[in-house]
Design a protein around this ligand. Structure first.
Ligand code: C2E
Ligand code: CA
Ligand code: CA
Length: 273
């Protein structure tokens, strides 16, 4: 009826306003976290399949509001829309490189540092120079840093994006393709960009799809990635079943709650260094 339609309209309008206000609130929280230096990084171990030892860590950003840790899958898209991600992303790079430098100098560690890079950051003209100067300042070798890009970043088929990705590779940093196997996965991306490693998405692990037989699909992906001579990291290893499948398929490295969740510097040091 007519009145139902009207109610629905109000509902949508209210919903939209709510989201708008929510995003506005989060954007302000992000600005204030930047100003007050309230972001911090957690580090999730990446484990070598052959010996079960840590080979590196992935840096994952956090900040707290009233003691509650905020979820990056909520605030990163808002940081991207507002382009705050450029400044936040630069902070992440500096902090992660500083931390790796400390671990190398004090603990003699040879870990690799993986850093997530948003597609928006690839439009930052000063990105390459800032990465290079950060590495020099902290005495970290470019080859110890791996930048993780999602396919959305590669889909933005702009000349600049392609140039940026090439420049990161020319610096000597490694590149990995994150969340592979979801969305717009395409083999052509693996050919066209200087990618070293593919991170197979956690949604493809048996524990994420307990009712399906994920093995043939995963096996096919692994063979395809290996035939391109790329490294493979499996994400979202939560169970022994996930673990054993990765070992069987010859996945190089693994990451997931089965080993550890993202850890504070202190937790990582006491468990792994
Ligand atoms: P991602 O890059 O795919 O990171 C992996 C996410 O999976 C992390 O969530 C991690 O905590 C979670 N995870 C790890 N092991 C398991 C597991 O065994 N099972 C399950 N279900 N999840 C697992 P987190 O830290 O909440 O980050 C979410 C996303 O936010 C990241 O996904 C990444 O896209 C983005 N993000 C996080 N930090 C940054 C950053 O510094 N910069 C940018 N641009 N994006 C970031
Ligand atoms: Ca990642
Ligand atoms: Ca991922």
């Amino acid at each position: 009826s007519k009145s139902d339609g009207r109610n629905q309209f109000c509902f949508f309008e209210a919903k939209m306003q709510e989201t708008f206000l929510e995003n506005f609130l989060i954007e302000n929280q992000l600005r204030s976290a930047l100003t007050n230096n309230e972001f911090y990084l957690l580090y999730q171990p990446v484990i070598g399949t052959l010996n079960g030892k840590i080979t590196g860590v992935e840096a994952l950003i956090r900040f707290d509001v009233e003691g509650i840790s905020q979820r990056p899958d909520i605030f990163i898209p808002i940081a991207e829309k507002s382009r705050l991600i450029i400044e936040i992303g630069r902070w992440v790079i500096t902090e992660a490189v500083k931390q790796l430098s400390y671990w190398q100098k004090i603990q003699g560690s040879t870990l690799t540092m993986s850093i997530n890079l948003s597609s928006i950051q690839l439009t930052d003209e000063g990105l390459i120079e800032s990465i290079e100067s950060t590495l020099i300042k902290h005495g970290v070798d470019a080859s110890q840093i791996e930048f993780e890009l999602t396919e959305t970043a590669l889909l933005v088929e702009q000349e600049n994006t392609t140039k940026m990705i090439q420049s990161i590779s020319d610096l000597g940093c490694k590149l990995s393709l994150d969340d592979f196997g979801t969305g717009f996965s395409s083999i052509s991306h693996l050919h066209r960009f200087p990618i070293n490693t593919v991170k197979v998405d956690k949604s493809l692990m048996p524990s994420a799809l307990p009712k399906e037989n994920t093995k043939p699909f995963l096996a096919g992906l692994v063979v395809m990635i290996q035939s391109l001579e790329l490294g493979i990291i499996a994400e979202g290893i939560e169970t022994e079943i996930d673990l054993n499948l990765c070992i069987e398929l010859g996945v190089n490295k693994m990451q997931g709650y089965y080993f550890d969740k993202p850890l504070t510097v202190h937790e990582l040091e006491s468990r792994y260094l």
